[in-house]
Design a protein around this ligand. Sequence first.
Ligand code: WQD
Length: 324
Amino acid sequence: MRVLLVGGAGYIGSHVSMAFLEKGHQVGVFDNLSSGLRTNIHKDAQFFEGDVLDQQRLSAVCAEGWDAVVHLAAFKAAGESMVSPEKYSINNISGSLNLMIAAAQHDIQTFVLSSSAAVYGEPEYLPVDEAHPTKPSNYYGFTKLDIERNLGWYDQLRGLKYASLRYFNAAGYDPEGRVTGIEKNPANLIPVVMEVAIGEREELLVFGDDYDTKDGTGVRDYIHVTDLAEAHVKAAEQVAASRNSMVVNLGSEAGLSVLEIVESARRITGSKIPLNIVERRAGDPAKLIASAKLASELLNWKARYSSAEEIIETTWRVYKKAHG
Ligand code: WQD
């Protein structure tokens, strides 16, 4: 297949790009390099610099004969989306609509969307399956849900078949060490823990230890980015072959607490990782764990790299390298 990865120079995009190339597909990367990195672009991928808000550029690139687009170009900070919603309306919603329109216009038949567990909001039951009600508790999650709904209409009206992949907590780096780009100003737990371990931050602020969980700290389903990447390839191939759209969770089905992540990071890095328990962060659920049954059934996919050890070891290697 010829696959255009929009946002392909980002953290997840760089892993997805490698996964498609490894399976013998041709890859184009479309990215405005706002948070993506030039060093993340695979040497065998064709690069198109451009912005999803630039309809002309998008249309010109989409005209180059692609079988599928994978859409990974979006802002993803849930907290920020509640204070700067416009940024998310423009980039996530308008940008995605532009891409869907360009894809339909140039007869690209398959669309893979980087969606999120944020579409569910506060879980009503666990594990969260795809039938769980979608009531996003932040605007970021709403933007993803809105795009999913638009894809449903374009499927019906334009025959654009799609896979919407609802990621849980993406983490880790390529186990073979081929991706070395570090995200700037991280807010997610694992990169923050790495910054403390490397000495760039003094301490980890743990957002609450009075949740109804095994040790009182928040429990999440961390899914290794290499597992995610593999699922994108399977989803694109499957949708292209079956002409059936799908909405699928991607998670490890395991719940790890903040303290379990810290313990594991202490063991792996040998660093003390000082921490300080502070107030809960607004909007944080106590536990979020995926059911990945559907992904197993539809894609014959299951997480293989998503243990705390594999996630932290692969991330630590990249942080150590980046800091000499
Ligand atoms: C994990 C746990 C925190 C930082 C976010 C988005 C979500 C999705 C994935 C894209 C929680 C705790 C964190 C810190 C801490 N993104 N924590 N101190 O919030 O589960 O999910 O990323 O789709 O939409 O909201 O991830 O890594 O921020 O937090 O104690 O400095 O770590 O409270 O329990 P989150 P996270």
